[in-house]
Design a protein around this ligand. Structure first.
Ligand code: MN
Length: 213
């Protein structure tokens, strides 16, 4: 939690696939699809400043900067119009992806887990309470690698808004306090290698950085 030594008790991690049009296009996807989700284990979260060992089994590890929504109040079948009342706060996350394993899984119709849900695959910066921040509907979202901008967009480019994502997820499962939702990444994803430093930011939120070792 930003400005505090208290830690947000992470329960589950949900992630939205393809939620920015230009990124969906760069992945060759259909923009008209309803939102879909995959998950990561709760202990995939790691803090800003973590030294992340380059993961096993991959030669094509990708960064994906994302707005993270932290659920504070549970519910099922939440209406989009009521969804923001379920949000405790927001943070900056990176959905680390073993792209080669994800692409192989897609090609075979296999689950994405080994491409997405590996150890330390969900770096997350400090969470700021929703009440303490302004609007995030048109906020600059950016990721640099070793100081070079790789991803730079606005959250206004999200295909599905935060309320729509919460509404959609809560039709499938009951959301509970502690659930984190990674809301998808804008265009510009790409590979990182051992030694690279990633800095991720969203205007109005605490930044996140990690270093690959
Ligand atoms: Mn992602």
């Amino acid at each position: 939690m930003a400005g505090s030594s208290a830690r947000f008790a992470v329960r589950r991690i949900l992630c939205v696939g393809r939620n920015y049009a230009a990124h969906a296009r760069e992945m060759g996807a259909d923009l008209r699809e309803p939102p879909f989700f995959f998950t990561k284990p709760a202990d995939a979260v790691c803090d800003s400043g973590t030294a992340v060992p380059y993961p096993s089994l991959t030669g094509n590890l990708h960064h994906e900067v994302e707005l993270v929504v932290a659920i504070g109040t549970g519910g099922a079948d939440i209406a989009a119009g009521a969804a923001l009342a379920h949000v405790w706060g927001y943070g900056v996350g990176i959905d680390l992806t073993r792209r080669d394993l994800q692409n192989a899984a897609k090609a075979k119709g296999h689950p994405w887990d080994w491409g997405k849900a590996f150890d330390l695959s969900a770096p997350c910066g400090p969470l700021t309470p929703a009440a303490a921040i302004g609007s995030l509907v048109d906020a600059r979202i950016e990721l640099t690698v070793n100081g070079t901008v790789r991803q730079s967009a606005t959250t206004a480019d999200m295909i599905w808004s935060v309320p729509e994502i919460i509404a959609a997820a809560s039709t499938a499962i009951r959301l509970e306090p502690g659930d984190l939702i990674y809301t998808g990444t804008p265009e510009g994803v790409g590979p990182v290698v051992a030694g690279d430093r990633m800095d991720a930011s969203i205007a109005g939120l605490e930044p996140l950085w990690i270093k690959l070792t």
